[in-house]
Every structure is written in structure tokens, then in C-alpha cells.
Design a protein around this ligand. Structure first.
Ligand code: SF4
Ligand code: SF4
Length: 392
């Protein structure tokens, strides 16, 4: 989360892919008009000078087409200049043309795309031809100098192939972010792809070791973020902060939701951009009040947990799924978060106890390392700080 305020724009819930475990696409979904974008700008103009990130999400946001982005990006950039907007996009890249890539490059829009590992594994989960089409889009993005990171969704099936999958990302030098395949509020049936909390916890610990062993050679974004959370004692991604009030998603018709995960479900609409609601109005909507209840619930339920400051009970959407929208528990991935946060804290504490001067750190930016010493969490944090400084 680079900026404290995050607006997700969902130009459509339609998507040309048919991934087996996807719950966020809707073939009948309308498309966002540029009039709605103007309404979004007019709505946000009344907000204070808080820095904002806009993420184009879906469905598949590239279905909106080149003309949409040629109009939307300057409208937002100029209309909300006081909020210094930054942009991002989550897309499968199938529809990325030179024309769209050019405008995205002009506004420095980093892309997140999704592949689930090597071609045969990816297509097994996401459908025949998925991998090839995404990699074609990736080539277009590269030719235009666009930054691309990869989200890999781990399902209960691909979890068994984790070594093969991670090797694929490492060999290709791709920055990796992992997502667990999640259950959904839109699907009441038991979902065979869903990654269990125990599997997720095991996967995170496995990836922590791998990240440290391969420091400087590959980056697993979740691991860097989890370590930052523990190190700074503050959540650095939406799952681990109180996201309510700082993140909103706008559906194709201008409806405002708490996050893209709720888009398309009328019972989760908080208001409409054309009504220009204030943050207080949104917080006072029925779903706004329910999310405040979640925050209070976390304070009670997680009060004794050592990780509450930088976990905050996890994702409220995940918490609501098992009860069809009611709040009766925290995020079911609690066991996974607890496991990885414990692992990182324990290692960090023992490293701090044995603290050594930087000159003696096993890893340096040169990439050389003392072969007898394994990098730890402190080394990873130091590496991240230096990397952030260099990329600024
Ligand atoms: S509901 Fe979950 S996914 Fe959505 S912003 Fe909040 S933490 Fe993130
Ligand atoms: S790890 Fe579990 S108990 Fe601890 S704060 Fe997170 S959700 Fe709550």
C-alpha cells in the first residue's frame, strides 16, 4: 500500500478467461462509461489532499478498451491533481495492445498479472491457452517498458507442486506474489480448489525459507510484506490493516463498495458516486457499520494475540464468507497468519539478540555472501530498504 487512500475502479466484471476457481467475473456485466469516471473525479474532488492510488481491476479491466484509458487517465490525473494520484492495474494482459500499452506507459501504470506456474500447471487451473495469451501480453508490456509482477494463485491442487511452481518463477526472474484460492460470498457450494489455512501457513513458511536462501535472486512480495509488518509493527498490505474507510471499489455503474471483492452484490453497496457521499456517510451505511463492527470484534477476539497490531484480524471479506455476510469470527486464515508471524518474530528476536555490525552481515548489495552464513530477516529488511532507496 503505497498510499493511504486506495480506490479500485472496476470497469467491468466481464472477463474473456474462464479460470476454474474464479468467482469475480460475470459475463453479463455492463461496462463503465467515461461519465462514471467524471462522477468519480467530481466525488473525490471534495476530499482532502490525501494521496491516492487507483487500481483498475475486474473482471478484466482491459475490456474497457483503449479509448476508455485515453480519457480516464488524464481525467483522473488532472481532475485530482491535489491528491497526486498514482495508478496500478490487475489484468490477465490478453487484450493488451500497443495502443493501450502506450497510454499506460505514459501514466506509469505498473501491471499485476496472473499465472499459476509453468504452462501445463497454469492451464490446468485457468483453461487451455491461458498461459500463452498472458505471456504474449507480457511481451507487449515489456516492449513498452511497463513494470509487471506476477500473482500466482495456489489452490489445494497446485499446493502439492509448490517446488515446481516456485522454481518456474525463480528461473524466469519474475517477481511473485501469491494468493490463496479463496472461498466466496457468491458461491455457497464447497469449493474444491480452496487452499486450507494449514496449507497456506505451510506454504508461507516454505516461501520464507526460500526467499532468504535466494535473497537478491528472487522476490516473493508476500514474504517481504509479512517481514515488514513484524519489523515495523504495522500492517503494510490491506489484509493486515483496518481497511475500512481507506479502501473503496467503484463498480461499472458508479456504485461504491468496500472493496473489489464485494462488487456486483447489491447488498454490499455503500452509496453511489453521483450522490457525492462523504466518508462519514459511507461509514454510516449498513455495510459501513458492519465493517466497524468487525474492527471492534477484532479488538475483542484478538486482544490477547501477540500479532494484533500488524494483523488486525485479517481480511473482513474472508471473515464474512463462512457466515454468508455476518461477523462471527476473524479471517479463517488466522492459523496461517499466526504461524508465519510467529516464525518471523522468533527468528527476528534471536537475530536481534545476536546482532552483528552491518560489515559482518552475510549478504551485501553486491550479491556476494559468506557461504557459511544464511541470511535472516534483518538481512532481508536491510536489503529491502536499500532496494527501495535505489528504485526511488
Ligand atoms: S476486504 Fe479484504 S481484500 Fe478487501 S481491502 Fe479489505 S482486507 Fe483487502
Ligand atoms: S493472527 Fe489470528 S488471532 Fe492474531 S491478530 Fe491475526 S487473526 Fe487475530
Amino acid at each position: 500500500m503505497k498510499n493511504p487512500f486506495h480506490i479500485m475502479l472496476i470497469p467491468t466484471l466481464g472477463c474473456p478467461a474462464r479460470c476454474s476457481y474464479c468467482w469475480s467475473s460475470d459475463p453479463a456485466s455492463p461496462r463503465m462509461s467515461i461519465e462514471i469516471v467524471k462522477e468519480v473525479v467530481a466525488w473525490l474532488s471534495q476530499f482532502e489532499k490525501e494521496r491516492v492510488t487507483f487500481t483498475f481491476h475486474g473482471g478484466e479491466p482491459l475490456l474497457a478498451g483503449a479509448e476508455f484509458y485515453k480519457s480516464a487517465l488524464p481525467l483522473i490525473s488532472e481532475g485530482l491533481a491535489h491528491m497526486k494520484p498514482e495508478f496500478a492495474m490487475q489484468s490477465n494482459l490478453w487484450l493488451l495492445t500497443d495502443e493501450i500499452a502506450e497510454i499506460l506507459a505514459e501514466y506509469r501504470v505498473p501491471l499485476g498479472t496472473s499465472i499459476d506456474g509453468p504452462e501445463e500447471l497454469c492451464d490446468l487451473q485457468r483453461g487451455a491457452g491461458y498461459f500463452r495469451k498472458t505471456m504474449q501480453g507480457y511481451e507487449v508490456a515489456r516492449q513498452h517498458g511497463l513494470r509487471v509482477s506476477f500473482i500466482c494463485t495456489f489452490t489445494s491442487r497446485s499446493f502439492r507442486e509448490k517446488e515446481k511452481i516456485v522454481r518456474f518463477f525463480m528461473e524466469n526472474g519474475f517477481t511473485l506474489k501469491l494468493h490463496p484460492a479463496l472461498p466466496s460470498l457468491r458461491n455457497a457450494n464447497p469449493e474444491p480448489w480452496v487452499l486450507s489455512p494449514d496449507e497456506y501457513g505451510e506454504l508461507l513458511v516454505y516461501l520464507l525459507d526460500l526467499s532468504l536462501e535466494n535473497l537478491g535472486k528472487m522476490e516473493i512480495m508476500n514474504i517481504s510484506d509479512l517481514c515488514k509488518c513484524v519489523f515495523t509493527r504495522h500492517g503494510t498490505v490491506c489484509t493486515f490493516v483496518d481497511c475500512m474507510g481507506s479502501t473503496f471499489a467503484i463498480g461499472p455503474d458508479g456504485a461504491i463498495y468496500p472493496c473489489y471483492r464485494f462488487v456486483g452484490m447489491p447488498e454490499y453497496v455503500m452509496g453511489y458516486v453521483h450522490d457525492r457521499p462523504t466518508l462519514d456517510d459511507l461509514a454510516d451505511s449498513p455495510i459501513g457499520r458492519r465493517l466497524q463492527e468487525f474492527k471492534k470484534y477484532v479488538d475483542r477476539a484478538c486482544g490477547e494475540c501477540a500479532h494484533i497490531r500488524y494483523c488486525r484480524g485479517g481480511c473482513p471479506y474472508n471473515a464474512m464468507v463462512p457466515t454468508g455476510g455476518e461477523i462471527r469470527g476473524v479471517d479463517p486464515y488466522c492459523t496461517a497468519y499466526n504461524r508465519i508471524f510467529h516464525e518471523i518474530s522468533d527468528r527476528l528476536n534471536s537475530e536481534m539478540a545476536d546482532a552483528m555490525p552491518f560489515e559482518m552481515m552475510p549478504f551485501k548489495m553486491s550479491g556476494r555472501r559468506n557461504q557459511n552464513q544464511k541470511p535472516g530477516i534483518m538481512t532481508l529488511m536491510r536489503y529491502q530498504v536499500m532496494k527501495d532507496r535505489i528504485s526511488r
